[in-house]
Design a protein. Structure first.
Length: 369
């Protein structure tokens, strides 16, 4: 190792992998993409075609791939500005470039220890361990390659404070328009099966880390908004994108159902906060911007949708903070683990039994088991 490499602020890492969900970039890619997303679940093509119709409304293109490329470019710029220059590649679970392709690119340039930054902030099987399973599969047969990841970051200031700032701005405008007694905050995340939520978090923990972590952040943001505005806005967590068998319990209430209830409670303006998403997935641009907005219009409810934080400079700076924190941790140092409003932080190395795969056990990296 050269003297420069020995003093590099991100040592021992020599590359960064941004790992994301992926999305189709044209109508011909929609059905193959949905087949990969639902592989092993027995979902018939007829149902996938119905879901694919959502993409038709936005030109057959998910906004996520372009946003991820922008995120990678912004991350490179922020790393460069801090003199932490490392190669950064994007690898997706369900669309090109896939994770193995990204690792091919990085290892061809000499990378042997790669730090992974998932574009998913929360703890559950689908939002964490499934990504770790993908890393294990992609790393198979790559002797000498080590993959680590940053910690879950829903409570990190780069994510939480950015979301809080934008929520406050939206709430202030709504209160000025209709008054504090007619405004509600509705934090929305992706619904998951109740059993997946119940088993999210460490195996020896209380479970329900997925919903509890997001409810905790929602409560902290609401307290911030109420303090600044001198208000007491009704607020709560709702869910979108439920799928699967109607006989299987999933997290509720649905965002559309909850908006209908809010109107009955005298609410005239709802501020919808996509707390579960880093960037604009289809679950944001269809489920919120189209479906929930249509519901709001039908019931006479004004709706403001808060931006996702992924394109914000503060969020990108926060990712670099997390990368530096993880590198210091791997060097045996004890870096300060920044959190927003004293929310709990969670380990980068997932504890044993964390967020298990309830269908079939698979190897997973970046954990104790």
């Amino acid at each position: 190792m050269s003297d420069d490499a020995a003093e590099h602020p991100l040592r021992p890492y020599d590359a960064v992998l941004v790992q994301s969900f992926g999305g189709p970039e044209g109508p011909d890619e929609v059905l193959p993409f949905l087949r990969r997303v639902t592989a092993g679940r027995g979902v018939p093509d007829e149902r996938l075609v119905e879901v694919g119709a959502h993409y038709d409304l936005v030109g057959g293109v998910s906004p996520l791939p372009a946003l991820n490329r922008r995120l990678v470019a912004d991350l490179v710029a922020e790393l460069t500005a801090r003199e932490c220059v490392l190669p950064v590649a994007l690898g997706n679970r369900n669309s090109a470039p896939f994770v193995p392709e990204a690792l091919d690119e990085l290892t061809a340039d000499g990378a042997r220890r790669v730090l992974v930054v998932p574009t998913s902030a929360w703890r559950s099987y689908s939002s964490c361990r499934q990504y770790r399973e993908g890393l294990a599969e992609a790393a198979e047969g790559r002797a000498g390659l080590v993959l680590d990841k940053v910690r879950p970051f829903g409570e990190h200031p780069g994510f939480a404070a950015t979301l809080a700032r934008d929520t406050l701005a939206a709430a202030r405008a709504a209160v000025e328009a209709v008054g504090p007694d007619a405004v509600a905050l509705l934090y929305v995340t992706h619904s998951i099966p109740d059993a997946m939520d119940e088993t999210s978090g460490p195996g020896d923990g209380e479970g329900r880390a997925y919903s509890a972590d997001q409810a905790e952040l929602a409560a902290a943001i609401t307290a911030e908004v109420d303090t600044v505005l001198g208000a007491d806005l009704p607020a709560g967590l709702a869910f979108c994108s439920r799928s699967g068998s109607p006989r299987t319990p999933w997290l509720e209430p649905d965002v559309n159902d909850r908006m209908r209830e809010l109107v009955q409670e005298g609410i005239e303006h709802v501020v919808v906060v996509p707390i579960g998403f880093v960037s604009d997935h289809m679950e944001v641009v269809y489920d919120l911007d189209i479906e929930a907005a249509t519901t709001a219009a039908e019931i006479g409810l004004a709706m403001t949708r808060v931006p996702t934080p992924g394109g914000d400079r503060a969020f990108v700076a926060g990712l670099v903070d997390l990368i530096l924190e993880r590198a210091a941790q791997e060097r045996g140092e004890q870096p300060v683990r920044a959190t927003w409003r004293d929310l709990d932080s969670h380990p980068a190395v997932c504890p044993a039994g964390c967020c298990p795969n309830l269908r079939e056990a698979h190897p997973a990296l970046c954990g104790s088991d």
